[in-house]
Design a binder for this molecule. Structure first.
Ligand code: A3P
Length: 313
């Protein structure tokens, strides 16, 4: 589907790309890159490849986040802010699968597809911690980066629900990291036993700490899921200004509507879309899942790790 946007004589051969995905899926294994554990379907090889080769420009936008913190939503806002009223480009963004636009799956072929597509501005995604990205190069080139964060308790609950549905987590090797039962899942996560682009013993607070030093860079914008829920117009305007795109108040209101949870969920029901990325879309849903002890443990662990920085949930 993506290929239809590329002139016929320039289309890459994607046969082995599909096979590659298939093989990873059948043999999921955790690999390691600079001490960070990379979960399938990604691999250390693809992460290293993007570090050495990904060379974005000042037109490119990277949405970075820990999983389940509002990546899909933020990405959709970025796409809509840039391409509002440009039907062809909006159509193109719909067929870009995460395995093409995610840096961690940065095989030369994926990259080739992204480069050959007739983008006006390319939009990428990543769940990698900052040390696995060539931040110096991005800064030099002026690539825009949006880092979105979310209350870690809601992240855990959202992550638990998503992992229940991931087929490769049912294999013996992965089930050990991502147990299907809630309490066990919680334990593995907060004890840093899950290989989520993190070092042994690390998890979400460490991801935030890895990105935090870049928060005041001109090419970086930090956002918070809860702020986006509270006042989406304000946050969307912030994104538009950051990307250098002029949008009137009326247009911002339209964008709020187009990127609301309900609108996006409705759109996701259509073929090709990823329904599992839309569950409840609420703030503080964790209260229905975490025990008091689990909530207190998370407060304790987060306060301990983030005590020196000005990010509070
Ligand atoms: P829940 O599981 O709590 O509902 P990610 O895109 O990083 O995987 O994050 C997924 C989370 O964002 C899910 O949270 C999903 O429902 C929520 N989400 C997706 N689109 C949203 C939107 N337009 N508004 C608010 N939340 C949204």
């Amino acid at each position: 589907n993506v290929l239809k946007f590329i002139p016929e004589n320039e289309r890459p051969d994607i046969t082995d790309l599909v096979e590659f995905g298939g093989q990873q899926f059948l043999n999921p294994k955790v690999t390691e890159c600079k001490g960070y554990r990379i979960p399938p379907p990604f691999s250390a090889e693809t992460v290293e490849w993007q570090y050495d080769n990904w060379n974005p420009t000042d037109k490119d936008v990277l949405v970075a986040s820990f999983p389940k913190t509002g990546t899909t939503w933020t990405t959709q806002i970025v796409k809509s802010v840039i391409y509002k009223d440009d039907e062809k480009m909006m159509d193109l963004t719909k067929v870009i699968a995460p395995n093409t636009s995610y840096l961690e799956s940065g095989t030369p072929k994926n990259y080739d597809i992204m480069l050959k597509l007739p983008w006006k501005r390319k939009i990428w995604g990543t769940h990698l911690p900052a040390p696995l990205i060539n931040m110096e190069r991005l800064k030099k080139n002026g690539c825009k980066i949006i880092y979105v964060m979310r209350n870690p308790k809601d992240q855990v609950v959202s992550w638990f629900n998503m992992n229940k549905k991931m087929p490769f987590n049912k294999t013996e090797q992965m089930a050990e990291h991502f147990p299907a039962e809630w309490n066990a899942f919680f334990e593995t996560l907060v004890n840093g036993k899950q290989p989520v682009h993190s070092k042994e013993g690390e998890w979400y607070p460490d991801h935030i700490l890895s990105w935090y030093p870049y928060r005041n860079d001109d090419n970086v914008l930090f956002l918070m899921y809860e702020e986006m829920k509270k006042d989406p117009a304000k946050e969307i305007k912030k994104i538009a200004d950051f990307l250098g795109v002029k949008r009137s108040d009326e247009e911002i209101d339209e964008l709020v509507e187009a990127t609301s949870f309900q609108s996006m969920k409705k759109e996701a029901l259509k073929p090709l879309s990823q329904m599992s990325f839309f569950r409840k879309g609420k703030v503080a849903d964790w209260k229905n899942q975490l025990t008091v002890a689990q909530s207190e443990l998370m407060d304790e662990k987060f306060n301990e790790k983030l005590s020196g920085i000005d990010i509070k949930f």
